[in-house]
Structure formats: C-alpha cells, structure tokens
Ligand binder design. Structure first.
Ligand SMILES: Nc1ncnc2c1ncn2[C@@H]1O[C@H](COP(=O)(O)OP(=O)(O)OP(=O)(O)O)[C@@H](O)[C@H]1O
Ligand SMILES: [Mg+2]
Length: 265
C-alpha cells in the first residue's frame, strides 16, 4: 500500500487540488484509493461536496472508528475521510496522548485494503501535519511559481527531514516536487523553475512538466468535479494525467526495490 502525503508549509500552492487529483487519478486507473483530509479547513469535502456525520477529528481522538468516518464510493474505487474546523482544537485535545505524532499511523494500522492512501495537509507544521508525515512514506511538494516558492519548498523539505529524524527507521521518499500554476511565457515562472531544478537538495526530484496555470481548475472546483470530469481536454487534465503516469511508474520501480526517490539530508 502506498501512502502519499501532499505537503507545503506555504498556503494556496495547489496542495488540495493535487491531493484530490492524485487520489481520483489513481482510482480512475483501477486502484482502490483512500483520500484523507488532514487539514481542518476541510477543503477536500468542500471541493467534492462531501458530508459525513463523523470526521477525521473523531477518528484521531478515537471517538469514531474508521468505518464510521469513511465515505465510501466518492468515485469508483475512491473513498474519503473529510475534516472540519473542529480539527483546529485537536492539538489541545490530543495534548495528553503519548506519542501523539504517531496517532494516525496507529489508527490506520488495520486499514490495509487500499492500494494507495493520499493525504491532504494544511499549510502549517502542526500536529496533524506531523501525523501525516509519520504515516506517509512518500511526499509530494506542490510549488507555486513565484519568487518565494523555492525558499518555501526548501523550508518545507527541511521541516519534513527534521520531523523524520525523530523516527529514522521509517521510510521517506520525496516522490515529486511539483511546479504548479506554471505559465511558460512568464519570466517569474521560468526563473522559479530554473531555480528549483538547480536546488541541490530537491532539484533532482522536480517533476519538470508541472501543472500549468489553468482557469478550468477553478471552474472544476466550483462545480465539485475533477478536471477530467469538468474539462478532460484542458491543459490541467493533460498535466495531471502525466503526473499519474509518473506516480504509477515510480510505484512499479519502488515495488521492484529501486528506491530512486529516497530523501536524504
Ligand atoms: N494549476 C492551477 N491553475 C489555476 N488554478 C489553480 C491551479 N492549481 C490550483 N488552482 C486553484 O488555486 C486555488 C488554491 O488551490 P488549493 O486549494 O489546491 O491550494 P492549497 O495549497 O491546498 O491551499 P491551502 O494552503 O489553503 O490548503 C484553488 O481555487 C484551485 O482551484
Ligand atoms: Mg488545501
């Protein structure tokens, strides 16, 4: 089972959009996928128009079992667990728990019926993000194309490494640094891409084609659809399909023992 977390401490870089499309994309290719929203903003639920009586927060506190929080059949092969602003108080409520960074790993121990679990996270290194990082074994960092993006991506990567240093025996692969809002005719975009690719720590993990700036993604969100449902011939549909190709291929490499994506400090 693959466990992929989409992470960036910077807000508005396309994390939720990317998590939803990785999950829906893998599901559309016949995999059984779980999409977990570890962000109390609850944007996964808003985007796909999902409601549930029981949420991720209750799963974390142990108040609801997995069967109560899992929304089955969001799409063919795709289940989801949604979050609500109640999650903002989780940090305080979980304060007394021992090993509180690994609560998600422990709660998910028996949920082995998926080919992939994809986790959306919030733009902060909080307890929920730590839990996502210590559960996942592959990371995708979406990076918007502005001047501060490379710094933000590096900070995020360093934050991830620091968290994982506490649990050195666990696997961590940086699956992709994913340029988002790419506008090839735009100087800022070209300069950012170049700087990303030359970055010593993360440059060789950059998924070079990235996701182009595409207004259809906003319209898809507004109509509670994926880009493949809303505008299957759009640039973003093409780019996210290429990302899914890459993720499927890297899964085969990892299964064959080729850990080409292992992240080291
Ligand atoms: N490649 C793109 N082109 C155009 N719009 C995009 C693109 N990617 C995402 N968007 C839009 O940008 C907005 C922010 O994206 P998203 O919610 O995925 O970011 P986020 O990183 O999850 O934000 P937050 O940090 O608040 O959780 C959304 O309205 C989304 O539809
Ligand atoms: Mg988000």
């Amino acid at each position: 089972m693959r466990k992929i977390a989409v992470v960036n401490m910077k807000g508005g870089v396309g994390k939720t959009t990317t998590a939803i499309h990785i999950a829906a994309g893998l599901a559309s290719r016949g995999q059984r996928v779980l999409l977990l929203d570890a962000d109390p903003q609850g944007n996964v639920g808003h985007t796909l128009q999902l409601r549930s009586q029981h949420t991720f927060e209750e799963f974390m506190t142990g108040d609801a079992p997995f069967d109560a929080v899992a929304i089955r059949g969001v799409r063919s092969g795709l289940d989801a667990v949604v979050s609500t602003p109640a999650g903002f108080s989780l940090e305080r409520r979980l304060a007394g728990e021992t090993q509180r960074e690994t609560i998600l790993s422990r709660r998910m121990r028996n949920e082995t019926g998926y080919h992939a679990v994809v986790i959306d996270t919030s733009p902060a290194m909080n307890l929920l993000t730590y839990n996502a990082l210590l559960y996942a074994d592959e990371i995708v960092i979406p990076v918007g194309m502005d001047l501060m993006a490379v710094i933000g991506a590096r900070q995020t990567f360093n934050g991830i490494l620091q968290v994982r240093e506490l649990w050195p025996e666990r696997r961590l692969d940086l699956l992709a640094v994913l340029p988002t809002f790419v506008h090839s005719g735009n100087h800022a975009s070209r300069a950012t891409l170049e700087a990303l690719e030359h970055d010593a720590a993360i440059g060789d993990r950059v998924f070079k084609t990235g996701i182009r700036q595409c207004i259809d993604l906003n319209y898809a969100t507004a109509s509670h659809q994926t880009i493949w449902e809303y505008a299957p011939r759009s640039r973003a549909a093409e780019d996210y399909s290429a990302l899914i190709d890459y993720i499927e291929k890297s899964g085969i490499d990892i299964a064959q023992g080729e850990r080409r994506y292992a992240a080291t400090a």
